[in-house]
Design a protein around this ligand. Sequence first.
Ligand SMILES: Cc1cc2nc3c(=O)[nH]c(=O)nc-3n(C[C@H](O)[C@H](O)[C@H](O)COP(=O)(O)OP(=O)(O)OC[C@H]3O[C@@H](n4cnc5c(N)ncnc54)[C@H](O)[C@@H]3O)c2cc1C
Length: 416
Amino acid sequence: MNSKHDVLIIGGGPVGLSCAYYLLKSGRSVTLLDAKEIGKGSGSGNAGHIVPSHIIPLAAPGVVTSALKWMLDPEHSPFGMKVSLNPNYLMWLLKFTAACNEVNVTRNVKPLNDLGQLSAKNFAQIIAEEKFDCAYQEKGLLFLYKTEQAFHDGQHEGEFIQKHGIPVSVYDKPKLHEVEPAALDDVIGGVHFTGDAHLNPTMFLKLLRERVQSMGAELMDGTKVTGFEVANGKIVKIKTSAGDFEAEQVVLAAGALTPSVAKDLNLNIPVQPARGYSMTMSATKTMPSHALILGERKVAVSPMDGLLRFTARLEVGNYSMEPNPLWIRRIENAAREYLRLDEKLDVKETWAGLRPTTPDGVPIICKSPKHDNLVLVTGHAMLGLSLGPGTGQVVAELVNGYETAFDLSLLKLERF
Ligand SMILES: Cc1cc2nc3c(=O)[nH]c(=O)nc-3n(C[C@H](O)[C@H](O)[C@H](O)COP(=O)(O)OP(=O)(O)OC[C@H]3O[C@@H](n4cnc5c(N)ncnc54)[C@H](O)[C@@H]3O)c2cc1C
């Protein structure tokens, strides 16, 4: 097969699907390829948190020290890393370590805030306009704390975020237990980002997949991109397991695998996987009424109508998508430290996914510096669902040559 296409998107995760939706809305024809299944990948089993409050990049002061401390307590550590001498991986670790400073935070708060606000607005609009039934709730994200030190640090971070226009409420112990009765008695306080939301990502991505198909997108599951041919600064051929394709414009949104997909493109895309796990169970007797983060343990909790999901762990450098039963058990144990849970949980699914992570913890959204018809979009780390609809809109604007909704210059690949 050698077929001609208008816009060809590689990768059907939350980012690629959102790009497809906004490109179709702008009048473009879209072909969406995925090596596996569109709408599954690393997005479907995630926590479903939509968090415009997350304006501090992953690479921030104190992160390396915390990571080292956690590694001394391997049973409870929310963080892990692969031991490898791969030069790309070692370079990534060095760059990440170097970026854990105030300068990186100050530089990136604005683009993360702009993208987060645009995405939150777009989520609400998609869900209302398309009538998606996906357990979407605008009840904020509530952090629970058991120790004075962590509660103090959480309030401090909340104050910083509030200064950037994001609503934050701090709850003392009585107020916290009134707001979230599922919390155990020894939870001492909470910080509530009231402008956040959550949904069931499995359902949202399934509905988005169906919607882009009904809008005319050609969807190709099980179609792996294996290489490219480039001539005169343009991609002229996309080689896949289903034959060769030609396209006016290419959007590369292959998540953590983007660097390997781009191997023929002479681009250095510094993205590493940060693996995490989830477990999903039937509703418990005392369901949490909010999306939560269990502060000290860094476990995310998502009530999703008849289901409850816990997600956790950030393991840098590991590409396997097999859930690790030991960590699934430890995540459940951590949740039991904060929440009233049934003695036996009715577990429906365990899952692992890869967060595509850049050394500064900020996405790459830009036109390729070397190819006239390529847009690069990856590196959304812990926020690929949350930032998906805003990313989709600005990618459609880039592809169409329109002015973008906000200044994307800090998200360019050339910053590395
Ligand atoms: C435990 C956990 C919890 C999380 N919780 C949240 C959350 O609450 N909120 C949030 O916003 N984010 C969350 N995330 C992060 C979020 O899931 C990711 O940021 C997101 O999946 C990245 O989206 P993506 O579309 O860029 O990549 P992916 O979801 O990885 O999709 C990329 C797609 O590209 C395809 N692909 C790869 N190589 C090829 C190839 N050669 N040819 C064709 N296709 C290819 C893959 O099959 C895949 O489907 C979480 C992640 C984890 C692991």
